[in-house]
Structure formats: C-alpha cells, structure tokens
Design a protein around this ligand. Sequence first.
Ligand SMILES: NC(=O)c1ccc[n+]([C@@H]2O[C@H](COP(=O)([O-])OP(=O)(O)OC[C@H]3O[C@@H](n4cnc5c(N)ncnc54)[C@H](OP(=O)(O)O)[C@@H]3O)[C@@H](O)[C@H]2O)c1
Length: 218
Amino acid sequence: MCCRYAVVTGANRGMGLEICRQLASNGVMVVLTARDEKKGIEALEKLKENGLSDLVVFHQLDVLDPSTIASLADFIQTQFGRLDILVNNAAIGAITVDTEALKASTGVGLQYLLLLPFIQVLLPLLLLSDSPRIVNVSSTAGKLQYVSHEWDVGLLSDAENLSEDKVDEILTEFMKDFKEDHLETKNWPYLSLSIHLIESCHECLHEDTSEDTSILND
Ligand SMILES: NC(=O)c1ccc[n+]([C@@H]2O[C@H](COP(=O)([O-])OP(=O)(O)OC[C@H]3O[C@@H](n4cnc5c(N)ncnc54)[C@H](OP(=O)(O)O)[C@@H]3O)[C@@H](O)[C@H]2O)c1
C-alpha cells in the first residue's frame, strides 16, 4: 500500500492530468477526478498505459455539485481513511456567470462559485493526515496589483492578519455593489476578475504558502 493519498480536481486533461501523472510517478496514490465520468475514465486509461494503474483511481467530481463532493468524501473515507494532498486545479474561474441569477440570490450568493464548500467537506479527512497539504492552482489574474479598489486591497495585503471573516466581509461588500450595479463606480475589477480575486483569497486562507507549492501558479 502506498504512503500518501491525493485528490486532483479537473484532472481529465491539461495540468490536472499531468499533476496526477507526476504524483503517481512519485509513489502517491492519486484519485483522478473529473466532472464528466467518460472523460475521467479515458484519462485514467491514458495513465494506465504508462504503467501507473496501481496508483491511480477515478472518481467523479464536479466541484460545484455538493452531491458529488459528498460522494468523493465517502469514497476517500472508505478506501483510504484519510487524505494527504488536495490539488485544487479545476478551472472554475472559466465558468460563465449567470449575472441575473446571481443578483437575485440571497445572502453572500457567490459562495456557490467558490471552493470553500468543497474544501470544508474534505478538511476533516485532511486533518487525519500527519502532513496535510492543499495546493491551489491559480492565475496571475487574481493578483492584487490588478485591483484598484483600495479598501479590499488594504485588507488583503495584510497577510498576517487575514482571516476568513475579513475575506467574507469583502465578499459581502462586493456582492452588495454588484447587486446595485456599482462595481464600476466603486472601482471593483470587472466581474469575472473580482470572482477570481475573491476565490484566490479564499483559497489563500487554506493554502500552504511554502515556495514549493507556488510552482503551480502561472
Ligand atoms: N493553462 C494556462 O495557461 C493557465 C493560466 C492561468 C491559470 N491556469 C489555471 O490552471 C488550472 C488548470 O489549467 P488548464 O489549462 O490545465 O485547464 P483546462 O485544460 O482548461 O482544464 C480545466 C479542467 O477543469 C475542469 N473543470 C471545469 N469546471 C469544473 C467543475 N465545476 N468541476 C470539476 N472540474 C471542472 C475541466 O473539466 P471539463 O473537461 O469537463 O471541462 C478540465 O478538466 C486552472 O485552474 C486554470 O485556471 C491555467
């Protein structure tokens, strides 16, 4: 049996698939996940052709679908009893946002677009590991240098005092201005960039900031 267990999201193609290949090549037991079962199984077959069949399994996962998240957590619990590495690679930033539905939503509303619910479900399994690690694959689009909205840049730049509550505060303010059509007048970056930024910030609260994980950022 191998010594470490990993989950990679959005792993049927691109960087996710390569991350699976490299983790398995280094002896890590990898759960290759994809929202489309057929695509995921095809990707698994590719890795099996490379002789990695003992170290890669497939499980369906749409990171925005709570039922698939729960099913994945059950699978990991049953098969491995813990999780050591979570690689958040799925490109949810590329999702087309239904702005009208978002405006009509109550509460913070953006939460469903974020990875937080997903991470929260897997966190108890990660906490069973001796050395849990969350790796977030992000984009330069989430960098604070592209944001001219002073209040949130101030809060987010203070990394030592950054908390989930502070990120939620920014998210709430953003949603308020979004619903009132004030994003432009209040200097928020355009919608998708704002989402990406907030998403990245939520991720940063849970990430290992050591140098070796940053290689996955572009
Ligand atoms: N490649 C770049 O130059 C670049 C630049 C900046 C940032 N990034 C970031 O790097 C990561 C990987 O990039 P990539 O170029 O390898 O991406 P990619 O080839 O576009 O693959 C994206 C993966 O995410 C999956 N995905 C999308 N929505 C999902 C959802 N709701 N649940 C589960 N999986 C979902 C896609 O599944 P389907 O096949 O079903 O669509 C696909 O497997 C992304 O997070 C991206 O934002 C990449």
